[in-house]
Design a protein around this ligand. Structure first.
Ligand code: NDP
Ligand code: 8X3
Length: 257
């Protein structure tokens, strides 16, 4: 296992769910964290907690990953002590709606494509060259079971996660000959704000998604990401698919009362 002490880890979507859980796990291992999301006040709260609990050094970025010029200037203008990013966790992402494709909402589609595909590409494009130059780095992309299997109403969200799968595979191929590692972590059902965002704030509907399932927790995913990023430098874990015991595929779920 390699040490994460003083490694610089950039986590997008650190203001909630899996991103916040990753921040806690990496902070506990002595990493220095660049935390990015649109909701700065949440990042500030998280940074305070991590500082009190672990003495973690943090650098906060109020960032919309869809805004390419801003992503470019933010990465280019990182203070020198924060610019040598060792691990990039491309976690920011969302689903919107469960409409049939022929009834779909254009705004929802564009938000998912711009965030899950283009945002992830922008971060990778601006961060990975430094990793290649320094001969050290690891990119972890949050894919999904939805990138492997399409479910009714999942159409565009599933397409974005299938794109993430292809991008992770492509990046791995393009980095061949460098020591930079690429991992895709592809969960099934994880209880976060994900479904509330999908259903545009309908908390009751969101809660029903996880009822009786004993879903994965954000900590379960952070634990796997931590494992992948702490293997010996010659080991690349390409892809991890994980789901609750009560889930067997994107659509096959066992619910108890
Ligand atoms: P949450 O809704 O809890 O968190 C999503 C995070 O993404 C938030 O921190 C949000 O921050 C950030 N985000 C969304 N849009 C943008 C944007 N334009 N710019 C910057 N940050 C953004 O969901 P999860 O933690 O569940 O989701 C994290 C990742 O895991 C996503 O990529 C999701 O697709 C994936 N995933 C989730 C699963 C699940 O069942 N929950 C299963 C499989 C994969 P803010 O709003 O402050 O910008
Ligand atoms: C999130 C999991 O199955 O709701 O990516 O699409 S699912």
């Amino acid at each position: 296992m390699i040490s994460l002490q003083n490694q610089i880890v950039l986590i997008t979507g650190a203001s909630s769910g899996i991103g916040t859980a990753c921040a806690k796990v990496f902070a506990g291992a002595g990493a220095k964290l660049i935390l990015a999301a649109r909701r700065l006040e949440r990042l500030q709260e998280l940074a305070n907690t991590l500082n009190q609990e672990f003495g973690t050094a943090t650098h906060l970025l109020q960032l919309d990953v869809r805004d390419r010029p801003v992503v470019e200037s933010t990465i280019a203008n990182l203070p020198p002590e924060w610019s040598n990013i060792d691990i990039l966790i491309n976690n920011a992402g969302l689903s919107r709606g469960l409409d049939k494709l022929h009834e779909g909402d254009f705004h929802d589609w564009e938000e998912m494509i711009d965030t899950n595909i283009k945002g992830l590409l922008y971060l990778s494009r601006y961060v990975v060259p430094g990793m290649v130059k320094r001969g050290h780095g690891h990119i972890v992309n949050l894919g999904s079971i939805a990138g492997h299997q399409t479910y009714p109403g999942g159409n565009v969200y599933c397409a974005t996660k299938a794109a993430v799968k292809a991008i992770s595979e492509g990046l791995k191929q393009d980095l061949l000959g460098t020591p930079v590692r690429v991992t895709s972590v592809d969960p099934g059902m994880v209880e976060t704000e994900f479904s509330e965002v999908r259903f545009h704030g309908d908390a009751e509907r969101a809660k029903r998604v996880y009822q009786g399932v004993n879903p994965l927790t954000p900590d379960d995913i952070a634990d796997v990401i931590f494992f992948c990023t702490t293997r010996s430098p010659h080991v690349n874990i390409n892809e991890v698919i994980l789901m609750p015991v009560n889930q067997a595929s994107a659509t096959l779920v066992h619910r108890h009362n």
